[in-house]
Design a binder for this molecule. Structure first.
Ligand code: NAD
Length: 261
């Protein structure tokens, strides 16, 4: 469909070497965008780039840590230099970090989750905005149901705070950047299969607090999650089909966060 075409546009996507970010890169790329693929795992960057290039997508691979200002400034310059412009930026890279009781979370562990998820979003957007301002553009952030609608994953305090902060960032920037022709929206996925779950550092064998039990049938939609579904949502939000939408938060979780909180 013409309104979904991203022909001629350039998208810089962080955390694009796997999971949700990779699915978004693929979907945007298959719809005509050139992709600045940013991630901090070199071997995954190489693998993801090969897969996308094999599908005919133009990719500039960049190994960078989103929490480091100098690396993100250089990453942005590298993508802009290769393709001559940046139209879309997706602050998606994230970690679950340490999930534990507050007494057991060290200040350094708290800082690490905030540095990647929240400071990383800030740096990603900060360095891309001067390029977006040249012709207008779109910013997307991957937040989460955790910290915005779900508060029963006890122990996920640093993660949830970082994800709540991303929503404030999206709304502040939607207001700030609207007159520059830049839209800013956030997506909140529920559970999606990806690499992130295996890297969660739990300090307690058992759940810190029992999750509320809901009877069978409480699930609103019988739909299995796949990262490609987030790709479809991202494509809509960055396309001209969504040109009247800014400062919004879109949940993609089959309605589950409406029945568990
Ligand atoms: P993933 O682990 O598959 O992908 C995240 C990517 O980010 C990885 O490739 C990783 O290498 C990269 N990354 C991590 N730290 C980085 C850093 N410092 N600099 C650059 N890249 C870095 O996980 P995912 O599930 O696809 O996560 C993507 C986003 O979606 C995250 O922000 C996550 O919080 C959010 N999210 C995921 C789920 C889920 O269930 N999968 C749910 C809600 C929100």
């Amino acid at each position: 469909m013409k309104g979904l075409s991203l022909e001629g546009r350039v998208a810089l996507i962080t955390g694009a070497a796997s999971g949700i970010g990779f699915a978004v890169a693929r979907k945007l790329g298959l719809n005509g965008a050139k992709i600045g693929l940013v991630d901090n795992r070199p071997e995954k960057v190489e693998e993801a780039t090969s897969k996308l290039v094999a599908e005919g997508i133009e990719v500039e691979p960049v190994v960078a840590d989103v929490s480091k200002a100098d690396q993100m400034e250089a990453a942005t310059e590298q993508v802009a230099k290769r393709f001559g412009r940046i139209d879309i930026v997706h602050a998606n890279a994230g970690i679950n970090g340490v999930w534990a009781r507050i007494e057991d979370i060290t200040p350094e562990e708290f800082d690490e989750t905030i540095a990647v998820n929240l400071r990383g979003s800030f740096l990603t957007i900060k360095f891309a905005v001067p390029f977006l301002k040249r012709q207008g553009g779109v910013v997307l952030l991957t937040s989460s149901v955790n910290g915005t609608r779900i508060f029963s994953n006890s122990g996920a305090t640093p993660y949830s705070c970082s994800k709540a902060g991303q929503i404030a960032m999206a709304k502040m920037l939607a207001v700030e950047l609207g007159q520059s022709g830049i839209r800013v929206n956030a997506i909140c996925p529920g559970y999606f299969p990806s690499d992130i779950h295996a890297t969660t550092k739990h300090k307690s064998e058992k759940p810190i607090r029992a999750r509320p039990h809901y009877p069978d049938g409480a699930r609103p939609l019988n739909s299995e999650s796949t990262p490609e579904q987030v790709g479809d949502l991202a494509l809509f939000l960055v396309s001209d089909m969504a040109k009247h939408i800014t400062g919004e938060v879109v949940y993609i979780d089959a309605g589950i966060s409406l029945v568990i909180g």
